[in-house]
Ligand binder design. Structure first.
Ligand SMILES: C[S@@+](CC[C@H](N)C(=O)[O-])C[C@H]1O[C@@H](n2cnc3c(N)ncnc32)[C@H](O)[C@@H]1O
Ligand SMILES: [Mg+2]
Length: 264
């Protein structure tokens, strides 16, 4: 009887070990829902509990230990290394990031608005490519994320180009013209919660912040997906829209960016 229990325990522990160490890591890169479930719902809370810190705090500390201060490219690649080798995070990431870089360079924007800052990864990607005098306004409603983003931005030396606006986009967008003297946005990078893409686009239109030539770049239009937003920009006579296929950040699941130019 004792032998039977001991044998079952050994088999159970071995099976658990194989699942945790081999099967899950093998599955994770291939399945989008699995990436989010494993990293955000299981691994992140476990790491928070074990380390007594949050993932953004661990990312900041990794950046401060491994990147060159004042060098945005070094900070960006250090965050990518952290996310590929340590902990997945919801940055636009290195693969879609290259597409984003190209779209920013093509538009040569003076005023960029970003919806969804998180730790400031995409803010750095965008701001480092702005022409002299160019400014990025980025909105974040989670104060803990905004605090880390400001520290990462300062570490990269880009604080003079980036203004982190704290609060819900729905409240901040109507204040942009008066409070920040913005006439219209040249580029809007949309990367906050997916059900906000469409209402915030319509709000930006109502507030006159989208004008002829404004380029909307929306992340994660395939995964997790933004069907109502895509339906709107792809069928509206006011937009010319194009899909850029890529992969969900730090994974092998298909995702992409949608570029939509406002035609007036
Ligand atoms: C996917 S993350 C942004 C990632 C970032 N753009 C990057 O690539 O590095 C989305 C962020 O948007 C924030 N967020 C979601 N909905 C928001 C809203 N309505 N207003 C302001 N921030 C929002 C979340 O707290 C989260 O930090
Ligand atoms: Mg995203």
């Amino acid at each position: 009887m004792l032998l039977f229990f001991l044998g079952s325990a050994v088999v159970g522990v071995s099976l658990g070990y194989i699942i945790v160490c081999f099967i899950i890591p093998w599955l994770v890169p291939f399945s989008g829902p699995f990436v989010l479930l494993w990293h955000e719902v299981i691994l992140e809370p476990a790491m928070d509990w074990l380390k007594g810190s949050s993932k953004p705090q661990r990312m900041l500390s990794y950046v401060q230990r491994h990147s060159k201060r004042g060098d945005p490219d070094s900070v960006i690649s250090t965050i990518d290394i952290f996310c590929r080798s340590k902990e997945w995070a919801m940055n636009v990431g290195d693969e879609k990031g290259l597409i984003l870089d190209k779209l920013i360079c093509e538009a040569n924007p003076s005023i960029v608005l970003e919806l969804g800052t998180y730790c400031g990864y995409s803010s750095l990607r965008i701001a480092r490519l702005l022409p002299p005098g160019g400014r990025l306004f980025t909105m974040e409603f989670n104060p803990a994320y905004a605090k880390i983003a400001k520290q990462i931005i300062a570490w990269a030396g880009l604080e003079s180009k980036i203004q982190v606006l704290e609060g819900p986009s729905g409240d901040l967008i109507p204040q942009l013209k008066k409070k920040h003297a913005i006439e219209k946005c040249d580029i809007i990078f949309i990367d906050h919660w997916k059900d906000c893409y469409l209402p915030d686009t319509k709000l930006l239109e109502e507030c006159g912040l989208i004008g002829k030539g404004t380029v909307l770049i929306a992340d994660n239009v395939t995964f997790p997906g933004t069907p109502d937003y895509l339906e709107y920009v792809r069928n509206s006579p006011h937009y010319s829209s194009q899909y850029f296929k890529s992969y969900l950040e730090y994974s092998k699941t298909e995702d992409g960016l949608e570029k939509s130019v406002f035609l007036g």
